[in-house]
Ligand binder design. Structure first.
Ligand code: EPU
Length: 300
């Protein structure tokens, strides 16, 4: 980015910050500064920020909750845009949530509105946009089971489009959005009236409890580092090889769950990368299984 490009972007989007440390915006608490940083409080603001970056020709990246993101220690030499369009409305059985709506809050509100089908999402960190992007799932549910449609801005031609569930081509932690660049604006989730709203609430509380027992929730992490290989649990494999507690610098494989890396203080992204490589190598050499990252890299 040149000084002229930076100045042009800041003139168009004046609420932009310079050199914003990303350690403060990721659940990992890791990451150097974003050269430019814009919080977009509405879908229109989000589109405007992206269009401006495209017109000026500077790199941009849109994120939601920062819960599945590893940002390089050198930061990001572009404009990092936070989707903070958080509106949430419920009409009948349909929940309409903007990309920046916090997923767990959407789960709670859906249950409070007497709906069932999204209780599991109380266990998903981050935002609806991120959950749609990665087809998030846990405890027997995933986004693809509830999505009716997704509204997005198609980056290649600037069209606002509505994709059906089938168009989203959801797979395990996969979607069309990982292959064709889109800016996810909102999602419509189709749920059902709960025959027993008390049971829905109890199910949510049960999930919260199970997560507390099985996952290192009080510590800084990015959730699962790896995707599960078909029919397996990455955490179980890492545990089987007695790799829990393996540490590089200040990043450590959690003693509680093998697929979580916990930041023990001021861990560096570089050490996370080294630990990911080490674990992948051990699992490949000793079990013949190739682990693939679920965490998204930025700025490397
Ligand atoms: N296990 C071990 N040792 C470990 C971790 C797990 O033996 O260190 C065993 C467990 O005892 C259990 C089995 O492995 O028998 C599966 O473990 P768990 O129930 O924790 O599920 P997981 O396959 O490790 C997946 C998702 C999680 C989601 C949980 C619950 C992935 C990569 N992970 O974990 O999603 O919360 O199921 O549904 O798909 C995420 O994607 O970020 C995430 C946290």
């Amino acid at each position: 980015m040149t000084q002229e490009q930076i100045a042009a972007y800041k003139t168009a989007i004046p609420e932009t910050k310079d050199n914003e440390p990303m350690a403060g915006h990721t659940s990992f608490r890791i990451g150097g500064p974003a050269r430019l940083y814009t919080v977009a409080p509405s879908s229109d603001a989000l589109i405007q920020a992206v269009q401006t970056a495209q017109e000026i020709g500077i790199p941009f990246y849109v994120y939601g909750g920062g819960s599945n993101l590893l940002v390089s220690d050198d930061g990001y030499q572009g404009v990092l845009i936070q989707a903070a369009n958080r509106s949430l409305t419920i009409e009948g059985n349909v929940v309409h949530a903007e990309a920046g709506a916090v997923t767990a809050l959407v789960a709670r509100k859906s249950v409070e509105a007497g709906l069932t089908g999204f209780e599991w999402a109380i266990g998903v960190p981050g935002t609806i946009g991120g959950a749609l992007y990665g087809n998030a799932g846990c405890y027997g549910g995933e986004m693809k089971d509830v999505v009716k449609s997704v509204e997005a801005y198609r980056l290649k031609d600037g069209e606002r489009v509505r994709l059906s569930n089938a168009d989203c081509r959801f797979g395990y932690r996969e979607s069309f959005f990982k292959r064709e660049p889109h800016l996810i604006l909102s999602g419509e989730l189709e749920l059902a009236p709960s025959p027993d709203p008390k049971a829905s609430k109890a199910r949510m509380e049960e999930i919260i409890q199970t997560r507390k027992e099985k996952q290192p929730l009080g510590q800084s992490s990015c959730g699962s580092v790896f995707k599960n290989p078909p029919g397996e649990s990455a955490g179980r494999l890492i545990d089987k090889l007695s790799l829990k507690g393996t540490r590089i610098g200040e990043i450590e494989v959690s003693a509680k769950h093998g697929n979580f890396f916990v930041n023990q203080g001021h861990a560096r992204a570089q050490d996370v990368i080294a630990l990911i490589s080490l674990i992948k190598m051990k699992v490949r050499d000793e079990l013949g299984i190739e682990l693939m990252e679920e965490v998204q890299y930025l700025g490397f």
